[in-house]
Design a protein around this ligand. Structure first.
Ligand code: UDP
Ligand code: MG
Length: 317
């Protein structure tokens, strides 16, 4: 008998797409069970992220009809990352492996076979990596790729072109449970946990129905979260800028002194203004960056729960 697999699927207002993709996930689970790659105790676990539409009713019905479907519902919308975390943490004691995937059919479910095979070969983390971004708009492709490069430059370890489609074993999840941060950026945190990992390529399709929940504003939010949650390089940058400014000021002071001593000074309104503007500019930028970090410290110290489950389907109790 193979390992128990839980496919963890976050869903937020997905009534349009869930009836289309749920049978596909179920079919894939059936295929894997049939091939003897996973145990018959495996499940498709939906995490309702406080949807306002009939998503939770759909999930409940699925679970009633088929024992291989299960669902949990968050007490309110907490965002994609927290929904995935809720699913992973809830099933970590019930399974050997988890695969997290979006519910909109964009990620190719056929990559799951290769993920499970990789687990059998001894890998504890298998990252789903997009082989191409042809279906994304030029803008999304460009911003995403620049972002990955920027993150790498900032010293954060992320897997290029990997979103949240990945296999993680319960062993890794056990260790991951000790990461208590509130600012969640799973694709940056999982590499931090370590363990043996590999990649599996797949091509990403269009959303089957419904609309993306990641407009530009949220995408930028996730990008800023990624950097400030994973890297302290911006803080180091302030130090570097500080040293540079101090050096330039020192040269300027010597220059001003020489000018004053040689009697060549001019009443310096312009230079004074420049200096004031420059210094206050640098200070403001620095304060801004420090502010982001202080904001994070503030949230971490509150120690709020990262998710609260309000309901469960029968087979999740
Ligand atoms: N999602 C969620 N909570 C949210 C927003 C999104 O659980 O607050 C889920 C959503 O249902 C989907 C996944 O996260 O399964 C990815 O969202 P989406 O497809 O809208 O993002 P995109 O693929 O456009 O980046
Ligand atoms: Mg999507």
């Amino acid at each position: 008998m193979g390992p128990v697999l839980y496919i963890v699927i976050p869903c937020y207002n997905e009534e349009a797409v869930l009836p289309l993709t749920a049978p596909l996930f179920r079919q894939k689970l059936g295929e894997l069970i049939g091939a003897g790659k996973i145990s018959d105790d495996s499940r498709v676990l939906f995490v309702n992220d406080g949807s306002r539409d009939s998503t939770w009713e759909i999930i409940q019905n699925l679970a009633k009809q088929d024992v291989h479907f299960a669902g949990i519902s968050q007490s309110r919308n907490r965002g994609h990352q927290n929904a995935v975390l809720a699913g992973l943490m809830e099933c970590r004691n019930r399974c050997d492996i988890t695969i997290s995937i979006d519910c909109d059919g964009q990620d190719d479910i056929n990559a799951m076979d290769r993920m499970v095979d990789a687990y059998a070969e001894g890998y504890d983390v298998v990252y789903g990596v997009r082989s191409s971004r042809e279906t994304d708009s030029f803008f999304k492709r460009f911003t995403a790729q620049s972002y990955y490069k920027f993150l790498a430059a900032m010293g954060a370890e992320v897997v290029y072109n990997h979103a949240d489609y990945r296999l993680v074993s319960s062993k890794v999840l056990e260790a991951f449970a000790d990461y208590h941060e509130v600012n969640l950026y799973l694709r940056g945190l999982i590499p931090l946990v370590g363990f043996k990992s590999t990649k599996v390529e797949y091509s990403r399709a269009e959303r089957m129905a419904g609309e993306s929940h990641y407009p530009l504003k949220k995408m930028l939010g996730l990008a800023v979260d990624g950097i400030t949650s994973l890297s302290v390089k911006p803080l180091h940058l302030i130090t570097s800028i500080g040293i540079f400014v101090a050096f330039v000021s020192f040269i300027c002071c010597i220059w001003a002194l020489i000018r004053a001593l040689t009697g060549a000074t001019v009443p310096g309104w312009a230079s004074m203004t420049c200096i004031v503007c420059f210094v206050s500019g640098v200070q403001l930028v620095s304060l801004g960056i420090i502010g982001i970090y202080i904001g994070k410290i503030y949230l971490e110290t509150k120690g709020r729960p990262r998710y609260i489950i309000s309901e469960r389907t029968e087979n999740m109790i």
